[in-house]
Design a protein around this ligand. Sequence first.
Ligand SMILES: Cc1ncc(COP(=O)(O)O)c(C=O)c1O
Length: 466
Amino acid sequence: MFILDSNKRQPLNVKLYNQIKDQIVTGKLPPHSRLPSVRDLAGELAISRNTVEYAYEQLCTEGFIYSKARSGYFIAALDQEFIIRSSQTRVNSLRHMFAEEKQYTFDFHPASLLPDSFPTAIWRKLFADCLRDNAGALTRYSEQQGERELRGEIQRYLERSRGVICEQDQIVICSGLHDSLAIVAQILRAEHSQLAVEEPGYWIPRSVFQNHSFSITPVPVNVNGLDVEYLQTTSSTVVYVTPSHQFPLGYVMPVESRLRLIQWAETVNGVIIEDDYDSELRYHGKPIPALQGLHPAADIIYAGTFSKVLSPALRISYLVLPYPLLARYHGLFGGFPGTVSLLEQKILARFIKDGYWERHLRKLRTIYKKKHDLLLGAIERHFGSRASIIGQGAGLHVVLELSAHDIEEKELILRAQAKDIRVFPFADTCLVDAGRNSRIMLGFGGMSPDKIEQGVKLLYQCCYEA
Ligand SMILES: Cc1ncc(COP(=O)(O)O)c(C=O)c1O
């Protein structure tokens, strides 16, 4: 029985989704029990079938329910004991990515944003406002963990949009993921020495933790994200994951694997580092909530950034530290001034508070969705059955898996460069030798729509006609 709370200002599909999810995580809906049909539930609640379908599909994507052909939707078998407990708590190749390089006509780089997408006019206005209103503050250092008003805005945003449950005093403002992770590595070093990472995965965490004397254990990724069973066979006690949009393959870790991951952390007294870098950019359904929100009291460090939607040039990221680790953070860094420009923090806080952030997010999501769809269409047209796409539907890149491919990646990159195309080497995402890999990462964030079609056509020629 579901009741849609009329006091909450949320769309009906979100209310329904939350209701069902709550009943699953509190064990009220037993595993494998059947949900009412879309038609019955729509009739019972006097809402449209689309609304019910939307909620069911979102729950399916996140692994809370599953569907059986011609039988309907059923509750997934999750770890009930854990669920009930958790529901009661609220509480080396980096140069490719960042070096100043030649400009390409067709730049499929995965970390590029649309060149003119930065909200310059608004930022200029807020800059002037903040300068006027905070003139006195500019003669002091920023607070150690970052400016209070920015942490407050981030806390509210995370709770509202990402399902992260935290207090603002758990938030630390940092200058990008490597800075965030360097802090984490120093906090964890006294008790941990091994970091498990996704394979393939983002290379920054590997490098940062290696710099802090950690050994690195690659853990394979499957369609459910990081392979938790494999992780359990390793002796790592810290894991870095991108559960809501695995980098680079784009998989979403379903709730059952998320719960098993949390359970693993509890069993080994371990720590999960959740990198939630671009989950705002999901083009179908609503964004996948963060892992942290499933068990806010667990040792989950949440890492977020403003690089993917607003600007990587600002260098503003943040951490949410669980309380026991926060104490250690203060022990190590107490008395250090904040590292991010105070003025920039004030502007960003105002940008979020005045509603510009949400508006910007909506606008960019629409723009990027169009480009994402254009890219998929162009790949379909030019590659046809000679390639399949992995990781579509979110973020700023997809992975192209070539079905017949007999040139080395390096050779392919050179051929692409000769046609003024930049593609990013997939091998850089692999710690273990990627061998003769047949995958190409294609970023579309920085590409103008007209370049996408032409770039894909030329890329096809590099792969198959050169
Ligand atoms: C997996 C992943 N995490 C985080 C980031 C953002 O890092 P930063 O905050 O340093 O810009 C990126 C950027 O490309 C990324 O690919």
